[in-house]
Design a protein around this ligand. Sequence first.
Ligand code: NCD
Length: 317
Amino acid sequence: MTADSAPFIFPHRHLLSIEGLSPDDITALLDRAEGYIEQNRQGDKKQSLLRGRTIVNLFFEESTRTRTSFELAGKRLGGDTINMAAQTSSIKKGETLLDTAITLNAMHPDVLVVRHSESGAVQLLAEKVDCAVINAGDGMHEHPTQALLDALTIRLRKGRLQGLTVAICGDVAHSRVARSNLLLLGTMGARVRLVAPRTLLPAAVDRLGVEVYTDMEQGLKDADIVMMLRLQLERMQGSFVPSLREYFHFFGLDYKKLAVAKPDALIMHPGPMNRGVEIDTEVADDINRSAIRQQVELGVAVRMAVLEGLGQQPRNN
Ligand code: NCD
């Protein structure tokens, strides 16, 4: 498939979550994204599919790769991308969010890409604007484009998603990445395991329909994919782990723990990484086993597919 064949229209108004997407929706996005990978490696990366369209990146929380890759993705499709680093500081968050949404809406953007520290905030904003909204991470809820880029990485490296055993390890409780990934991987027929200390598992973990382990050796046994999560200290009130040293000892990925996984198990991490906390630095940089850099590369391709699919929809504003 070439990325510039027939226009790609995603059959949903927004991309707020993986929940609610069908296997066909997911496959269509992944196929489209795959067509952009080669183009992103060429000197001339630019297309004009989103010419005249305006994409606003509205980030209420810090970000390096997500914000940058959305910006690049919009630009590579020929759209006009602007970045807004929103400040939430002393103003009440609800008011700020709705005021911002109404203000931006009056400028007729075509796509709003939003990251916010509150779960559900992006959905709320989507209800107040006329344009398409993409969730770039809302609190501890979802981060759909991260799950899509992770799925594309797995599909390219392993040839499929169906039937693979994926161990998602670490701070699951605070992770929107884990949530979106377990929903997507479950929808696509992979077997998901969550591996974490009890204090870092979500409250209703037994209702998620996944296998749960509190021991790395058991959780990683024969896994095809080992996906490590950042210890999200900024979302923790109080102490969830005795010490970072002890956390690394029991839950940090090193070669010793990795040895029980399949010999060709792929190592993933959404970034940013805490080296020496959830992952050993040598394992993270292992060019044969780690897909961490490829995840970043494919993030641009996935966001191009999502922006293309939503940004070309007819507008009523
Ligand atoms: C993740 C996020 O923001 O949820 N990062 C990312 O988007 N690549 C994970 C994290 O912050 O640990």
